[in-house]
Write a protein that binds this ligand. Sequence first.
Ligand SMILES: [Zn+2]
Length: 98
Amino acid sequence: MKHFMEPFGICAECYCEKAELRFREEKAEREGALLRLERVPYHICPICKEETYDLDVEVFVEKEMEYFMKNNVESKTIDVGAMFCVNSNTMEKAIRTN
Ligand SMILES: [Zn+2]
C-alpha cells in the first residue's frame, strides 16, 4: 500500500510536529534527454529549517533517476506530488503558502 504525505510532518532534526509540506523540482540530464520530477514533496521545519524527506519519496526519486541515467529513455516529466499526496486540497494549500 502506498504511503501518502500529510500536510504536516515531524521534523527529523528537532521533532517539531509542524513541519510544513512543500514541493520542489528535481532534474536529471542525459545526452540531451531531460528527466523532470515535478512537485517532489518534503516537509520543512518552521523552527530549525531542516528539510525532511519521506523514505518512500526518496526511494522513488532515486529509482527514477537511476533508471533514466542507465537506460536510453526519452525526456519525460513525472508528477511526484500527484503520486504521494493525499488530495488536491492538500497540494493547493501547500502551494499557496509556499
Ligand atoms: Zn526542526
